[in-house]
Write a protein that binds this ligand. Structure first.
Ligand code: PRX
Length: 637
């Protein structure tokens, strides 16, 4: 299979880009035509950023799983769709051909139906990185249920919040998950979450770790038993539910600058077209290549570039259950060597962490199958970029630095492997259809080159989020209200002399810790739940491995307790309330916070102190109590 929309030269990129700007509807309509639609759309695009309302391919009827599975059966039925590598290097890997995957998805789709799941119902998936997570994801899409995958590192409280927000009546989980030398008791976390969520009707539990768990009568069923029931019914068929292009495909929660995570909603048609188009072009995927994206399916990168993009493109996608550093720091290289991986897509935080182990883990690993390397999730520093290029790519693999967001559905700004040039630490150029612009605080466009500003996008693309679940007004205020007629990304950006874009980091109160988005307000809310905490302020600071670390300033009531123990208690509280990913790296006790007379915390000052800058703190004259700054400086950790 070749892709009619594959860009094969720099000139073709230029002309695709020009066409996409001149006539976006014709451009996307041609690309969308190469997918399988039961009925063609009535209108390519309806949009209004003011309302806001965005519809792509409205009236088109399809099911994304027919594009991921059914249409490949003839040509790729016996080719591997998923290669699964266990956490345990001794456990045999598993391969699912497109035919196998099709059968498994249909089978589990029937399990969902038997358990009462209907089109439009929200199903929460809380599982480890096992093939059944991809199967459950696709099974939801098959019957038109809206999946909401929750990363295995989130706490019971975070899950409860998400279940309530989505009113998800169904959960698919595992007894536990293996991650490195740890066993995570997923079902127990779900049980804790469900104390607050009585509306959940059914929990389907897959056996993975055989961790002891409680199975509640009438609510909890085993995945394996349910599969047996479907098998005895004898009919593996499960016709795909006919969906409108604008029906919801999934909700994925992500952090914003307020305390409450928002449910980003993506719809079927546009998301399918955009993830597949970007997958094929950025990585320059060739049929037969093994694509290994190290993200978790619980994040957007896993949704778009482990599951939907690759499978729609008929690719072979590798799912890895484990972590790069266990049993040792050579694990990723073993996986690349063993499965002859051609494309490796990972995060700067992983690269930096592996870099720290030196050359030894690379000895004896054959990485010659690699053709393309990719980076995502946070700015990649030049040192990590060069290490990746030299030690992993042996200077023969282009590195695609892909900038995008949960909200954008797919890659927005990136070089294309071997088509457009890379530049260390630059995401470089927009994909066709993407119109980035830089603006200043007064909403004025910053034109020309060698300039910095806030990054906005001028025109809709098919993968843009359509709403935030249950709160359309939040969608408007977050993304479309800050700048007139533009989508606001929340990122700062620099454009160089050649028009390449370099993302400089968030300009809102969102941190990027190991490539995970964490709202400072969320962490503060969690800290403030700890008894004895009067007030807190959280900022980010540069961290060698994680990119950003979490620095918390906490006003605490005087207690008789040991300061260090209190610190650990606070960290534990955050872990309980949000999850281990949001644990503060540093907690400094202070007697007050730098506030203006109107009571606003001057975060700029706190950020500078956390970064180690104690001299040039800027104007502190508007502070209610300037002396507090000296105290905080003295106590810096
Ligand atoms: O700040 C940008 C950063 O990650 C944010 C999006 O986070 P999330 O929605 O969790 O999605 C991550 C995976 C797509 C962005 O606003 N970011 C993402 N990719 C890059 C990046 N920053 C710099 N360079 C990138 N390549």
């Amino acid at each position: 299979m070749s892709y009619p929309f594959q860009i094969t030269s720099p000139e073709a990129y230029k002309s695709a880009y020009e066409k996409s700007i001149k006539d976006p509807e014709a451009f996307w309509s041609e690309i969308a035509s190469s997918f399988f639609w039961r009925k063609r759309w009535d209108k390519v695009l309806n949009w209004d950023f003011k309302e806001p309302k965005i519809e792509w391919f409205k009236g088109g009827k399809l099911n994304i799983t027919e594009n991921c599975l059914d249409r490949h059966l003839g040509t790729l039925g016996n080719k591997p769709a998923i290669i699964w590598e266990s956490n345990d290097p001794e456990e045999h890997h598993r391969v699912f051909t497109y035919r196998d995957l099709y059968n498994k998805v249909l089978q589990f789709a029937n399990v969902l139906k038997n358990n009462g799941v209907k089109k439009g119902d929200r199903v929460c998936l809380y599982m480890g990185m096992i093939p059944e997570l991809a199967i459950a994801t696709l099974a939801c899409a098959r019957i038109g249920a809206v999946h909401s995958v929750i990363f295995g590192g989130f706490s019971a409280q975070s899950i409860a919040d998400r279940l309530q927000d989505a009113q998800a009546g169904f959960i698919v989980t595992c007894d536990g998950a293996f991650r490195g030398n740890k066993e995570i008791a997923l079902k127990t976390v779900i049980d804790d979450a469900l104390v607050q969520c009585k509306f959940v009707k059914r929990v389907i539990v897959l056996m993975r770790t055989r961790t002891p768990i409680s199975m509640i009568k009438g609510r909890d069923v085993w995945w394996e038993d349910e599969i047996k029931k479907v098998e005895t019914m004898g009919n593996p068929d499960c016709p795909a539910e006919e969906m409108d292009a604008e029906d919801s495909l999934f909700i994925l929660y992500t952090s914003g600058s307020t305390g409450k995570p928002k449910g980003v909603v993506h719809t079927v048609g546009g998301y399918m077209v955009y993830t597949t188009y970007s997958f094929v072009n950025v990585f320059q995927y060739q049929i037969g290549d093994v694509h290994f994206c190290t993200a978790d399916i619980g994040w957007i990168t896993g949704h778009s570039y482990i599951v939907y993009g690759p499978l729609c493109a008929g690719a072979t996608t590798l799912i890895f259950e484990g972590i790069p550093t266990w049993p040792d720091a050579g694990r990723l290289w073993d996986v690349v060597d063993k499965h002859k991986v051609n494309i490796l897509y990972t995060a700067p935080t992983a690269i930096r962490s592996l870099m720290g182990f030196g050359n030894e883990p690379l000895i004896g690993k054959d990485l010659s199958s690699l053709k393309v390397l990719g980076s995502v999730g946070e700015p990649i520093n030049e040192e990590a970029w060069h290490w990746f290029d030299e030690k992993i790519g042996k200077k023969k693999c282009p590195i695609v630095d892909t900038w995008w967001q949960t909200e954008t559905g797919g890659i927005m700004i990136s070089n294309m492997a071997r088509i457009t040039p890379s530049k260390p630490s630059y995401a470089t150029l927009p994909l066709p259809g993407i119109q980035p612009i830089l603006v200043d605080e007064n909403s004025k466009e910053i034109e020309g080159n060698e300039v910095s500003g806030n990054l906005c996008i001028r025109f809709p693309w098919p993968g843009i989020l359509r709403t935030t679940y249950g709160d359309h007004e939040r969608y408007r205020t977050n993304y479309f209200a800050p700048y007139d007629n533009l989508y606001f990304t929340g990122d700062g950006c620099y454009r160089d002399a050649e028009g390449n874009y370099r993302i400089t980091g968030r300009v809102d109160d969102v941190l990027n810790v190991s490539g995970h988005r964490i709202g400072t307000a969320e962490v503060e809310n969690a800290i403030n739940m700890h008894t004895g905490v009067i007030e807190s302020a959280v900022v980010g600071y540069p961290h060698d491995i994680k990119g950003q670390g979490i620095y918390a300033y906490v006003i605490f009531q005087n207690t008789h307790d040991d300061e260090n123990l209190t610190r650990l208690d606070i960290i534990q509280t955050v872990s309980r309330v949000i999850g281990a990913i949001a644990k503060p790296d540093k907690v400094q006790f202070v007697s007050g916070l730098p506030k203006t007379r109107s009571g606003k915390i001057m975060r700029r000052i706190l950020r500078k102190i956390a970064e180690g800058e104690t001299e040039n703190l800027g104007d502190t004259s508007t502070l209610l109590d300037p002396a507090i700054v000296d105290e905080i400086k003295m106590g810096r950790i």
